[in-house]
Design a binder for this molecule. Structure first.
Ligand code: AMP
Length: 307
């Protein structure tokens, strides 16, 4: 089992949901990713928080085998994000982004972590993603996320990141924006031509598509009766995926397919409650059970099997 490293935001989120308002709950892309990955093994977290970051939140992360040596505490307040969801929870508007200590953040990877083989660059400024890559010695598998804001404001830097990563994890709308095209197979081909060895296109309640130059894999989303809060589902997906890859220690096609389904299973738990609430109560037995439900959900016999 290898460790994996996650770099990104640790935040307080204020969530305006149709069912209520949740003020300053623990969130952030790197937080969701770390908690998800911790189901499979140890996680090294690199992020920044302010002096207001509570001891209980540190304890919570530590209790999940998330190593906080790379969690910088800076003068000022922790990053705060507020968003409002539509009634069907399918779209959201950012109401507020208070960068606070994140504004001057330059990730410093602790010396002992520079040879970590599995690295997740959560959605942050591509310039910072490059700073991380410049500190890591010989990563075996790097995955990166990004968003519309960076695609429009830092495209040149983002393209440099894409040249240096193994897997791009991106949502459907942003994949179309970055590729400038619409049909998913074409979108994927365009994205692959920018450098990553493979790409996952996240399609929310419709699941995820993975492409490399030879192959394509489709993972469904789990059909839930109720979704409470989609915040962090994408980061949970990516963290879970990489955590499983780090546990297996290889990036073969079969491993990646299973990793994508584990990521999807964890994301399906994430959306069942507000913030991290549900992810923090899932046990390994429930995760395995949902994994096998995914297997059943997507399985059908080939003509050879029924003969
Ligand atoms: P997701 O729902 O996967 O897009 O991720 C939501 C998480 O991303 C929230 O917990 C936010 O704290 C965090 N977040 C929102 N905006 C930003 C940003 N500009 N940079 C870094 N993290 C962000």
């Amino acid at each position: 089992m290898s460790s994996m490293l996650a770099v990104g935001s640790v935040a307080f989120d204020t969530l305006h949901m149709p069912h209520g308002r949740y003020v300053r709950v623990l969130g952030g892309a790197a937080t969701y990713a770390s908690i998800a990955a911790s189901f499979f093994g140890p996680v090294q977290l690199v992020a920044v928080v302010g002096k207001d970051f509570p001891a209980e939140a540190r304890e919570l992360l530590r209790s999940r085998a998330v190593d906080l040596e790379g969690l910088e505490v800076a003068d000022g307040l922790t990053f705060h994000w507020a968003g409002e969801y539509s009634a069907d929870l399918n779209s959201r508007t950012t109401l507020q982004t208070d960068l606070n200590v994140f504004a001057d953040f330059h990730p410093k990877i602790p010396e002992a972590w520079r040879s970590t083989r599995y690295v997740m660059l959560a959605n942050i400024d591509p310039e910072l993603q490059l700073e991380v890559l410049n500190q890591i010695k010989k990563p075996e598998f790097v995955i990166a996320d990004t968003m519309n804001f960076w695609i429009s404001s830092k495209l040149a830097e983002l393209k440099k990141v894409l040249q240096r990563i193994d897997l791009l994890v991106i949502n459907e709308e942003e994949a179309r924006q970055l590729s400038g095209t619409y049909a998913m197979a074409k979108v994927a081909r365009e994205l692959l031509s920018m450098g990553p060895k493979s790409v996952v296109i996240k399609r929310g309640e419709y699941g995820a598509l993975w492409f490399d130059h030879q192959d394509v894999f489709s993972a469904p989303a789990y059909p839930l009766e109720e979704v409470r809060d989609p915040t962090g589902a994408g980061d949970t997906f990516a963290g879970g995926l990489l955590g499983y890859v780090a546990l297996k220690g290889n990036v073969e096609n079969a491993t990646l397919r299973r990793a994508i389904v584990y990521g999807s299973a964890l994301a399906s738990f994430c959306v069942e409650a507000v913030g991290l609430e549900r992810l923090l109560t899932v046990n390994k037995g429930e995760l395995l059970e949902r994994f096998s439900r995914f297997h059943k959900l997507a399985h059908f016999a080939s003509e050879n099997e029924v003969r």
